[in-house]
Design a protein around this ligand. Structure first.
Ligand SMILES: Cc1cc2nc3c(=O)[nH]c(=O)nc-3n(C[C@H](O)[C@H](O)[C@H](O)COP(=O)(O)OP(=O)(O)OC[C@H]3O[C@@H](n4cnc5c(N)ncnc54)[C@H](O)[C@@H]3O)c2cc1C
Length: 422
């Protein structure tokens, strides 16, 4: 549903161009890339998919919608974070569009921290080629149990200094795009004595460095054209200048990636849910059952109302969090609330849209089945729901003031009365 969110003029203008790019270039070719593709070998499909992304990237550059989040110096549009809100939402309407516009995770987040924390030499070597789409990257933080997962304090991968090099040893998995990546951003412990939140550092590891081994792509639900790799790092040597940000400040630097990245994820998934609604509405309009078009059925009309209402709330929360993040440099609770709420809402809406479209919701002629498979991970990636609820509870219950006076008139057990009727 169109609603005026008072987005910035620049954001609205690029969002309009993005909408045209999707309508005219991306959506007509989406089925070639996603589930509707003709059966063929996996490697053929992969190669065809990459060729299509490349072709669309050229078109995105010509239409001035390529990498809107990157500074102009690196070939982007240099939009401010708030300008991105409606643009990422438009891009999120198609999984293919996020790749074509170079706004997809994990490159988007990795480019962001390289721009933020990288040295000039690091930017020249990696950010330039990444921004141009010549190389790809992965972010390697999560480890199999009992390593780092929901609790980053459990990171077991280590990086030990040896002269002017670091030697990285550890085991990661779920590194998105890890199998294809040329560059891996690795989180490793550099100080076991320090408090775990300050004992980790980030390293830029070229994927062809000796000791880096891609073990497998973890089989998973959802097709986004990207792998999620299990990787071992066996005494991988990198020069000290490959450290990204300050030593032992890795989780703080990663946080600078994760805060905005959680919101850009929300924006993309809100776009996906909005498109799912468009598909469901079109189906309701055309399909009849029991004498009427589905669009006349009150139960389904209420489903749509509920979805629109919740999506509006999600959009509003994300915008509030983004504005707080820009103004204060931090918006921990606002981001946590937006992330949990947007993930639940978009998952529920996509599920509703699948239901409304019946068998067509499950089939892959429409984009809903791909959306359904992809949205589930959103409640887990970038921090599972419970991890964010923990932060919200900490603010609500441990940091906010408790007001005992509110219970002034509460009736309590009269302890002055003696037991047994004496
Ligand atoms: C599609 C996908 C892509 C990913 N991409 C990347 C990537 O590029 N790079 C990367 O480093 N990682 C990536 N991940 C990993 C992701 O970040 C982790 O899966 C996530 O942080 C949860 O960690 P875990 O899987 O180890 O779950 P665990 O830590 O084992 O947690 C399991 C569950 O326990 C519950 N839980 C956790 N803490 C609490 C608590 N305090 N209270 C109550 N319940 C709790 C939650 O429900 C959680 O889902 C990806 C994962 C997926 C599925």
């Amino acid at each position: 549903m169109k609603m005026d969110y008072r987005d910035t003029e620049r954001g609205a203008e690029v969002a309009a161009r993005t909408e045209a790019f999707l309508e005219e270039e991306v959506l007509p070719r989406e089925r070639e890339w996603l589930g509707g593709r003709d059966a063929g070998s996996d490697s053929d499909r992969q190669a065809e998919g990459e060729a299509l992304v490349e072709e669309l990237r050229e078109e995105a550059r010509e239409r001035d919608v390529f990498a809107p989040q990157l500074s102009e110096e690196y070939g982007g549009l240099g939009l401010a974070f708030e300008d991105l809100l409606p643009v990422f939402e438009q891009a999120g309407r198609s999984i293919l569009a996020t790749r074509a516009m170079h706004v997809a995770a994990p490159d988007e987040g990795n480019m962001h921290i390289l721009e933020l924390a990288g040295t000039e030499a690091q930017k020249e070597r990696w950010l330039g080629p990444l921004a141009r789409g010549e190389i790809t990257s992965g972010f390697s933080m999560t480890e199999p149990a009992q390593g780092g997962g929901s609790d980053p304090k459990q990171v077991q991968t280590t990086a030990e200094r040896d002269g002017d090099e670091y030697v990285i040893t550890g085991h990661k998995w779920w590194t998105t795009q890890g199998s294809e990546a040329d560059l891996l951003v690795v989180v490793a412990r550099t100080d076991w004595e320090a408090h775990p939140y300050v004992g980790c550092s980030l390293f830029l590891v070229p994927a062809d460095t000796a000791g880096v081994e891609i073990r497998r792509d973890v089989p998973h639900i959802g097709e986004s054209g990207l792998s999620h790799a299990e990787i071992t790092y066996d005494h991988v040597r990198v020069p000290e200048e490959n450290m990204l940000g300050a030593e032992n400040a890795g989780l703080a630097v990663a946080q600078q990636r994760l805060g905005p990245a959680r919101l850009t994820h929300c924006m993309r998934f809100i776009g996906m849910a909005d498109r799912a609604l468009d598909v469901a509405k079109a189906y309701m309009n055309e399909r009849t059952a029991f004498g009427d078009p589905l669009i006349e059925k009150q139960a389904l009309r209420f489903d749509i109302s509920d979805a629109e209402m919740r999506l509006h709330a999600a959009r509003t929360m994300v915008r509030h969090a983004a504005r707080t993040l820009v103004a204060d440099g931090e918006a921990r609770v606002e981001v946590a609330m937006s992330k949990v709420f947007a993930a639940e809402t978009t998952q529920d809406i996509i599920d509703t849209c699948v239901q409304i479209c019946g068998g067509n919701g499950i089939g892959k002629d429409l984009p809903l089945a791909d959306f359904y498979e992809n949205v589930r991970a959103f409640r887990i990636v970038d921090g599972a729901d419970e991890v964010h609820l923990r932060s919200i509870a900490k603010r609500a219950l441990d940091e906010d003031e408790i007001h005992p006076a509110e219970l002034e008139y509460l009736t309590r057990f009269r302890e002055d009365l003696s037991v047994g009727g004496e």
